[in-house]
Design a protein around this ligand. Structure first.
Ligand SMILES: Nc1ncnc2c1ncn2[C@@H]1O[C@H](COP(=O)(O)OP(=O)(O)OP(=O)(O)O)[C@@H](O)[C@H]1O
Length: 348
């Protein structure tokens, strides 16, 4: 049983802390994605968990063992952790089999079927074993890197942006293979990424890191559908930001009078109304505004339709690609899903 528990971790490289009083619990056998902008401290967190960096304060517990803090510092090789780096970090002069068995005790290395077993686990054919890294695609190299990380049956696997160098198609298939392999080994995994789609689709829990702190930790749906503020909503996906005002009937905004879910705090004054383009539609409803299609970004499966409403506000509506209207058309815009509201004024 290897829950990873991080409590009150503060750490930096100089005078300024990079992580400030960070808490995170990753339940045993689950995957958490740490999502954040570049430079936010994601890799630093992995380094602390792995034991490459000692925090100034706080503790890291793996299972029932405190691995750092409270006067203890278990060295990296004794933490039971597998680490997959952004570039895979394979030894270029060794074939795949030797890359995978590199850290294994000699007795285990002699058991030839372990390599085959690990290759199968990450979805690679047994013939791959004799190839060198430069004879593999980027996605295959990342799968070998995972196989190597899993070779010692670690309780915890840390993945530092392992898919970021791959192109879109390879990225999706490699991600799927890695997710399946992790599920089969029941390892507790932490994936660091700055890709929102990757975080939402890969992990059971997503932790948003902003300036060295977690601004929100929750399931992918909680994070996407109920972000803590307007900035985080925009970080997680496309949004329409509008200024609204409280009235007796709800919040009045350019889309009409709407009822906001999850307003923080509920009450008075001006608010930022946040709605996702997929929660708007080009259909008529009582009291809905109309506008003129100003521009259409066609993406095949869907299109982003930019509509200028009568008061000059421009909103973006996501529609199925085959339903995209022509520029200049007059269209209604209805709210078709949840609306969020936060204190303050719309961001521009
Ligand atoms: N070895 C180091 N010495 C000094 N500063 C460092 C070191 N490593 C990282 N930093 C600084 O710490 C901050 C956080 O870096 P970190 O690599 O943890 O961020 P990140 O969220 O993983 O970013 P990215 O997504 O770009 O990899 C950055 O400002 C970075 O410049």
């Amino acid at each position: 049983m290897s829950t990873v528990d991080i409590r009150g971790v503060t750490v930096g490289y100089g005078t300024e802390p990079v992580l400030r009083d960070v808490d995170l619990t990753v339940p045993t056998g689950t995957t958490t994605a740490v999502l954040g902008a570049s430079g936010g401290g994601k890799t630093t967190l992995l380094r602390v968990i792995a034991g490459f960096l000692t925090p100034d304060t706080g503790t890291v517990t793996i299972g029932d063992r405190v691995v750092c803090g409270a006067g203890r510092a278990v060295p990296p090789e004794r933490r039971g952790i597998g680490y997959v780096r952004q570039d895979g970090g394979l030894f270029p002069h060794l074939d795949v089999a030797h890359n995978i068995t590199f850290g294994m005790p000699r007795a285990a290395r002699r058991r030839g079927d372990r390599v085959e077993e690990l290759l199968e686990l990450v979805g690679l054919p047994a013939v791959t074993a004799t190839r060198r890294p430069d004879q593999l695609s980027g996605g295959q190299q990342q799968r070998v890197a995972l196989a190597r990380a899993l070779a010692l049956s670690p309780a915890v696997v840390l993945l530092d942006e392992p898919f970021s160098s791959l192109d879109t198609a390879l990225r999706a298939s490699t991600r799927q293979a890695v997710a399946t392999a992790l599920a089969e080994t029941s390892a507790t995994a932490i994936l660091v990424t700055h890709d929102q789609q990757e975080a939402l689709s890969f992990a059971g829990q997503v932790a948003i890191m902003r300036a060295g702190r977690f601004s929100q930790v929750g399931s992918p749906r909680e994070i996407y559908e109920d972000p803590v503020d307007a900035r985080e909503a925009a970080f997680l996906g496309d949004v329409v930001h509008l200024t609204g005002h409280h009235t007796a009937d709800g919040i009045s905004c350019p889309l009409g009078t709407v009822t906001a879910r999850g307003e923080r705090p509920p009450g008075a004054g001006e608010v930022v109304v946040v709605v996702r383009p997929e929660d708007l539609s080009l259909t008529d409803s009582p009291g809905c505004p109309h506008g003129t299609v100003r521009d259409v970004d066609y993406h095949g499966a869907h299109a982003m339709v930019h509509v200028a409403l009568a008061d000059g506000t421009v909103v973006t509506v996501r529609v199925p690609g085959r339903h995209s209207p022509e520029v200049g058309e007059q269209v209604p815009v209805s709210v078709d899903g949840p609306v969020l509201a936060y204190p303050g004024s719309a961001l521009v």
